[in-house]
Design a protein. Structure first.
Length: 119
């Protein structure tokens, strides 16, 4: 799976290889994915079954993977597991920024690997 950077109304954000927005779940720490089951239906994880490719403008030292509870490999950036929002259907869509669901906040992630708190 590839990750890259795209311009958005929030500045430069992380996207997948197709331009789909990536999010972080702010209660997760140290690359431990906590969004499973029903949560992962609403917020599908960015899986990396075949490894990771990242754009040169990203800090390669921040790119890693984490093992999910089902044994699959999820892409992380700056120790944050990365997710999609199921309601975003095309490149550039950001329909669920700065919302609280499943016990934590969901935020777009910037190119430095930090959450963007602006609603």
């Amino acid at each position: 799976m590839a990750i890259s950077v795209a311009n958005s109304r929030y500045g430069k954000i992380l996207v997948d290889g197709f331009g789909r927005t990536l999010y972080l779940f702010d209660i997760e720490r140290d690359r431990v994915p906590l969004c499973n089951g029903v949560c992962a239906v609403a917020w599908p994880p960015l899986l990396a079954p075949g490894g990771v490719a990242s754009a040169p403008e990203l800090d390669q030292a921040l790119v890693a993977t984490a093992v999910r509870n089902d044994g699959s490999s999820q892409l992380t950036y700056n120790r944050h597991p990365l997710y999609y929002y199921a309601g975003d259907h095309s490149a550039g869509e950001i329909k669920c920024q700065a919302v609280i669901e499943f016990g934590g906040g969901w935020y777009v992630i910037d190119a430095q690997g930090n959450k963007i708190s602006t609603p």
